[in-house]
Design a protein around this ligand. Structure first.
Ligand code: KG4
Ligand code: ZN
Length: 347
């Protein structure tokens, strides 16, 4: 099966071609145009600007993805088995560009469509590198828009365990970076500073919100406020910025790791999947892996390769394949931009 993926949910315009055979996925092309350079001057994504950039870049990105996969437009029409597009959640006007493009191509080429949930696409990014993920799998998706723990019983079968009650983990990194005058996106800039700090010298302490709560929910907005007050009350905070970044990052990681491992234990998970933009964080990857080993649990840690952690279309194509394989296509009348972040169980 050959699947074209399209992803425009936030500030990346992306198209990819993925070949699937017996559940094994091979990325033939994955072209991502990032708008970060445009948005960083504003300190965050401006939806109106993002949508206009998607309009400019969508067709060139698509052309390049087809070309890299050895397809021209005529061959694409003959060879593609499905077009998978992320239809939400995300920025509405950004999503619309990808969805309209997918619909137009499907109409022109007579190829079936699969609408893919953004979080589900992040989950399937992990299947690109780990085709043999065993179920049940506890999946932590951590991105700029979402922080969600789900129990995956099988392909397309999700049981929600918990999510953030306020800011997403990536959003917390972005806001913390802004408070400290660091660049957008905040995750990479905070972790770069944190790497400069030696853990054994740590004095500053920030809270670990909801670490002890018996549910699987998260909360990061209070942590950001704690950081705000800590630096407000510290006239020399700029000299200790590496330590503040380190401690902030550790606080986020500690809660994410503890809750995910508890879920894996309580639900008897055979795999533990860590995915989404924040899963690019080396500190998070390392602590998750170390503590999983220390816990003695039998679950295997499965993560996407770094290039598939942040938004990309290969993950959309991967998620689309598992639906297309079961002939679960999306009718014209069902293809709408969807802001619902809930992954539907047994959908
Ligand atoms: O998945 P993604 O590309 O977009 C959304 O779906 O939101 O994730 C982007 C988020 C941003 O908040 C960014 O700061 C965060 O992922 N991020 C990181 C790292 N790289 C990206 N957070 C922590 N550490 C990183 N290395
Ligand atoms: Zn995303």
């Amino acid at each position: 099966m050959l699947i074209l993926g399209i992803e425009t949910s936030c500030d990346e315009t992306s198209a990819a071609v993925v070949k699937a055979e017996n559940g094994r996925l091979q990325v033939l092309s994955n072209v991502v145009f990032s708008q970060i350079d445009i948005h960083k001057q504003y300190g965050g994504v401006i939806p109106e600007v993002a949508a206009r950039e998607h309009v400019v870049k969508m067709v060139p990105v698509l052309d390049q993805a087809l070309k890299q996969a050895g397809l021209n437009r005529d061959r694409a029409r003959q060879k593609l088995d499905a077009i998978a597009v992320v239809n939400g959640p995300g920025l509405i006007t950004s999503l619309m560009v990808g969805v309209e493009t997918a619909k137009s191509l499907a109409f022109a080429w007579g190829v079936p469509l699969v609408a893919v949930n953004h979080i589900e696409a992040h989950i399937y990014a992990a299947f690109l590198a780990n085709p043999d993920i065993k179920f049940p799998a506890v999946v932590l998706t951590v991105s700029g828009g979402h922080t969600q723990l789900v129990l995956m019983h099988g392909h397309g079968q999700y049981e929600a365990l918990g999510e953030t009650r306020d800011d997403a983990a990536g959003e917390a990194f972005d806001k913390a970076a802004k408070l400290m005058g660091l660049g957008y996106p905040g995750g990479p800039s905070v972790s770069k500073q944190a790497k400069e700090f030696k853990a054994k010298d740590r004095i500053i302490r920030l809270p670990r919100p909801m670490l002890e709560s018996r549910d699987y929910d998260f909360s990061f907005s209070g942590l950001k406020t704690a950081l705000l007050y800590a630096i407000k009350n510290d006239s020399a905070w700029q000299d200790k910025i590496n330590e503040y970044c380190y401690e902030f990052q550790e606080a986020v990681i500690d809660v994410l790791v503890a809750k995910t491992l508890r879920a894996a234990k309580e639900k008897g998970a055979r795999s533990l999947v860590l995915t989404g933009g924040v899963s690019a964080n080396q500190g998070l990857r390392q602590k998750m892996s170390e503590q999983l080993r220390a816990s003695g649990l039998a679950a295997r840690l499965c993560q996407p390769d770094l290039e598939y952690t942040t938004d990309n279309a290969a993950m959309a194509a991967a998620a689309g394949y598992f639906r297309a394989n079961k002939q679960k296509f999306t009718g014209w009348d069902q293809l709408k931009v969807d802001i619902d972040s809930k992954l539907m169980y047994n959908k």
